[in-house]
Design a protein around this ligand. Structure first.
Ligand SMILES: C[S@@+](CC[C@H](N)C(=O)[O-])C[C@H]1O[C@@H](n2cnc3c(N)ncnc32)[C@H](O)[C@@H]1O
Length: 250
């Protein structure tokens, strides 16, 4: 494992409890349409699914509820593995504790669906992650992931006026020494929208849909209140919090 992965793994083990049941299907992300609204997955009955960055296991439980026959997952954190085992008790999941960018001997040409909810952007090597995911899928298999809209981290809001802070042109890692209120170091990569799309194409995928999120129907009649919070209904009505991409292995 490279230095960033060693550091992030240690930190995820400490902050995992903040993410129990957060960012899990049917939700694709904060103030974002759900799977019930978007219908990106087809029939999941008897399908073999692999979750990249399964976290507390709630998305895999959603897959089980929809009839998936095999539940597999990869996540870097031991604490998340323990949480997911609890969430998925009795469902016989196959959970691996490993970085998504490293081959951990998952079967090739095996899965109907590989998906990832708010985890893919943590990878330190996008090209090898997408190459591996491509290799795990059957021919005709589908890869769906959601992540922060690549411009979102650059938005600043003051009294409801949204401006751009920093350079979207510069890709690379930012290291934070506090995360979720804990004293841990986390390095998060920033990448442009084109980088995600081009790496998918290079890995061999056909892009089926690209969604820049809008607020879910649930919020339709919610009152408009100015808010400068990182995620808020006010901001989400003006700018997508999340990108969601569906790609296919032909
Ligand atoms: C926001 S959580 C995802 C929540 C999850 N999708 C769910 O359904 O509950 C992000 C997850 O990515 C995992 N992660 C971070 N870097 C990783 C990496 N390089 N390889 C695999 N998993 C990683 C973290 O341990 C964490 O569980």
């Amino acid at each position: 494992m490279n230095k960033i992965l060693v550091q992030n793994k240690k930190s995820w083990d400490k902050v995992a409890h903040h993410f129990n049941g957060i960012d899990a299907l049917p939700s694709y992300g904060p103030f974002t349409q759900t799977e019930e609204e978007l219908q990106l997955f087809g029939d999941l009955n008897n399908k073999k699914v692999l979750d990249i960055g399964y976290g507390s296991g709630h998305s895999l439980r959603y897959m089980a509820d929809k009839g998936a026959s095999e539940l597999w997952g990869v996540d870097i954190s031991e604490s998340q593995k323990a949480a997911a085992e609890e969430t998925l008790k009795g469902l016989h999941p196959r959970l691996y504790c490993s970085p998504m960018e490293i081959d951990c001997n998952l079967p090739n040409y095996y899965f109907d669906y590989v998906y990832s909810i708010y985890a893919i952007g943590w990878t330190t090597d996008l090209a090898s992650t997408f190459n591996l995911i491509y290799s795990y899928l059957k021919s005709g298999g589908v890869f769906i992931f959601s992540w922060d809209h690549p411009l979102y981290p650059y938005l600043q809001s003051e009294n409801g006026v949204i401006t751009l802070d920093g350079s979207y042109q510069e890709e690379g890692f930012t290291t934070f020494n506090r995360f979720k209120g804990e004293n841990v170091s986390m390095s998060i990569p920033k990448r442009k929208m084109a980088t995600y799309l081009n790496e998918l194409i290079r890995a061999g995928f056909s892009i089926h849909s690209v969604i820049e999120s809008d607020v879910p129907n649930y919020y339709e009649n919610h009152e408009e209140v100015i808010s400068d919070r990182y995620y808020s209904l006010y901001k989400a009505r003006r700018f997508p919090t999340t990108m969601i991409i569906k790609a296919v292995k032909d």
